[in-house]
Design a protein around this ligand. Structure first.
Ligand code: PMV
Length: 328
């Protein structure tokens, strides 16, 4: 039946970048100034999305975490679906229902998992058979970092799509402990922030020039499961990114006092000679602590010493994929 073939559901996880994407060389197409490398998280930090195209709809509809949603969020989804409608040569509207496994307002950005799930579900609903590379390139047009969430395990996004560096089975002990420092929406979006950094920061120009070396180091450290080298590069990259963001005119700051306390606590954990964990921060104050399973008790103890933060622990996860259970 035509209606059955116009509906599909996909699940996609969030990801955390070890080498951050910051800056576009093409803002319309969302092509990055630099390559980025990330770890795709597990289904505990994921989005499930059902898309149904239907001739009976006058407009696109969006339900996010059980709440009918309009405004800019719906516009962004509609513009994204337009890419596929154009490809199929149709104007049929769609209903999109999406739920996150992590709580709304938890401070975990949902655009990466959200657009990865939407790309796979909408393509599936329209029976457009696409390779993982094509799905990654499509997700990128919704949100840059989403192209990495289409791919499981460790992925690298260099230009139009992300590719897998290593599968999720490569390093099963690796963990990301996500600490909720603040649930407030950031006042400066990553889009605005990166545009301003590209335009005004001199330090950023140095970053772009020097990044190929760190990218090589991280690729090798992942392949060799060299946690110590990987951790050093992860922290360097986060520190450098936030220094460039501070070097932006007018200056921008995403980290709070609590973020800085977490940085110092991780450094103290590592000061006994063994590398226990690495901190990394996106465009917000919430900390991602990359560690190994054996060190989780130390990390939980550290969180306790800091007075406690809501947190969740994720391992490596699979890429975005179609599933049989629809949300409606
Ligand atoms: O995809 P966006 O526009 O939300 O940008 C994400 C930027 C960072 O999260 C800060 C870095 C990254 O590579 O994920």
């Amino acid at each position: 039946m035509e209606t059955d073939s116009m509906k599909a559901t996909a699940v996609a996880s969030s990801n955390i970048a070890f080498i951050k994407y910051w800056g576009k060389r093409d803002t319309a197409l969302i092509l990055p100034m630099n390559a980025s490398i990330s770890m795709t998280l597990d289904d505990g930090v994921s989005t499930t999305t059902t898309v149904e195209f239907s001739g009976s709809l006058a407009q696109d509809e969006l339900v996010l975490n059980y709440a009918p949603t309009g405004g800019t969020k719906l516009e962004r989804v509609s513009r994204f679906l337009d890419i596929l409608r154009q490809e199929r040569g149709i104007s049929t509207r769609a209903k999109v229902v999406s739920i996150n496994t992590f709580p709304t307002g938890s401070g975990i950005a949902s655009s990466a998992s959200g657009f990865a799930a939407l790309a796979v579900a909408a393509s599936g609903a329209l029976s457009l058979s696409k390779t993982p590379e094509e799905l990654s390139a499509l997700a990128r047009q919704g949100s840059g970092s989403a192209c990495r969430s289409v791919i499981g395990g460790f992925s690298e996004w260099d230009d139009t799509y992300a590719v897998q560096l290593q599968p999720e089975t490569h390093w099963p002990e690796l963990r990301d402990v996500i600490l909720l420092v603040s649930a407030e929406e950031k006042t400066i979006s990553s889009r605005q922030g990166m545009e301003a950094t590209v335009e005004t920061s001199a330090l950023y120009k140095e970053r772009i020039k020097n990044l190929p070396i760190r990218l090589g180091t991280v690729r090798d450290a992942i392949a060799d499961k060299d946690f110590s080298t990987l951790s050093t590069s992860i922290m360097e990259d986060s520190d450098e990114l936030h220094a460039c963001i501070a070097d932006t005119t007018p200056s921008v700051r995403y980290l709070t006092e609590d973020s800085l306390r977490i940085i110092e606590a991780v450094k103290r954990l590592n000061s006994d000679g063994e590398m226990v964990a690495a901190y990394t921060f996106d465009a917000g104050p919430n900390a991602h602590i990359i560690t190994k399973e054996e060190h989780l008790p130390k990390i939980l103890e550290m969180i306790g010493r800091l007075g406690g933060f809501p947190h969740l622990v994720s391992g490596l996860g699979e890429g975005a994929r179609l599933i049989d259970d629809h949300l409606f």
